[in-house]
Design a protein around this ligand. Structure first.
Ligand code: ADP
Ligand code: ZN
Length: 286
């Protein structure tokens, strides 16, 4: 018997099975197209195994309120075809095992807190900067949700005084996602982040916005560690720039751990989300 994990992203789904130690035995990557197409491939994968339980970390927004009629649904996503999709319902109908359900970033924060760079910390924030920006917060072993799950990517930020770009979030323009996600970087330059030079002015702006967000999260919940993942963070020179801007913006107002150990990359690399999903599956099976 295995644990099943799904990291459901806007670009691809990663499905995996693991043993009791959360070592990944098999994994597949499936393109995110329509729910019908994608889920039938998810079924093709898991149908091969005996499962104890399944954990899902999904792109969102999603409904995580257990009392809601649409619990387990992807809700108002801009992603075509996925609005009001009953994800947990479809998985349960097929497998009839316990299913854990949370956001992709909550799952990544959970994975990092159990097996990654936040293993020795009581609390951690995981922020992804990719196609979108999202964050999850784990403290004392619990994923923190409120009325819904956090939406840390959409906090409103002050525009850098040399930046002409107004942001591209259709809801708020100058939120973190609208200013610093991959598509915002592409829109301001007419080329993708991966094709920009290290010295491009964009990185000063992007690190300023991410640092502002991290100052806000720090002041709000005082986490012990902040982990930054996602495609944009593959730019290795960004992390030191973010720490520098964080220091300037925080201006020694509150104490944090040494910034080299406070603002870090994922210890599990690209496996943070899938590992968290597998551990959540195990929790649910108990
Ligand atoms: P997803 O958000 O679908 O999970 P990613 O986290 O890989 O996927 O994010 C994809 C975004 O990150 C794209 O907008 C892409 O341009 C950007 N990106 C990917 N790799 C890099 C890189 N090396 N440098 C800068 N931006 C990158
Ligand atoms: Zn926004």
């Amino acid at each position: 018997m295995y644990y099943g994990g799904i990291e459901a992203g806007g670009t691809k789904f990663v499905c995996a099975i693991s043993n009791d130690k959360f070592e990944i035995i098999e994994r597949v990557s499936i393109p995110t197209t329509t729910p019908n197409e994608t889920i039938s491939q998810v079924f093709n994968f898991f149908d091969q195994y005996q499962l104890k339980s399944i954990g899902i970390g999904s792109f969102g927004p999603i409904d995580v309120n257990k009392d809601s009629k649409t619990y387990g649904f992807i809700t108002s996503t801009p992603k075509q075809g996925w609005q009001n999709y009953n994800f947990v319902g479809d998985i349960k109908k097929r497998y009839n095992v316990p299913v854990a359900w949370t956001t992709d970033v909550n799952a990544a924060a959970y994975g990092e807190s159990k097996k990654g760079n936040a293993k020795s910390q009581k609390s951690c924030i995981y922020l992804t900067v990719g196609t979108g920006v999202g964050g999850g917060f784990v403290t004392n072993g619990d994923i923190i949700d409120g009325y819904g799950h956090p939406e840390m990517g959409h906090i409103i930020l002050k525009i850098h005084d040399q930046d002409d770009f107004k942001g591209n979030c259709p809801y708020h323009s100058n939120c973190l996602e609208g200013l610093a996600a991959g598509p915002a970087i592409e829109k301001r330059n007419n080329k993708k982040g991966q094709d920009l030079g290290k010295d491009d002015k964009t990185w000063e702006f992007v690190s300023y916005y991410i640092a502002q967000a991290l100052v806000n999260y720090t002041l709000t919940v005082r986490p012990e560690i902040i982990i930054l993942g996602g495609g944009v963070m593959k730019q290795e020179h960004l992390l030191p720039l973010i720490r520098e801007q964080f220091k300037a913006l925080m201006n020694d107002y509150v104490e944090t751990p040494d910034l080299e150990s406070y603002i870090v990359s994922p210890g599990l690399g690209d496996n943070a989300g899938i590992t968290g999903s597998l551990i959540l599956a195990a929790d649910k099976a108990e």
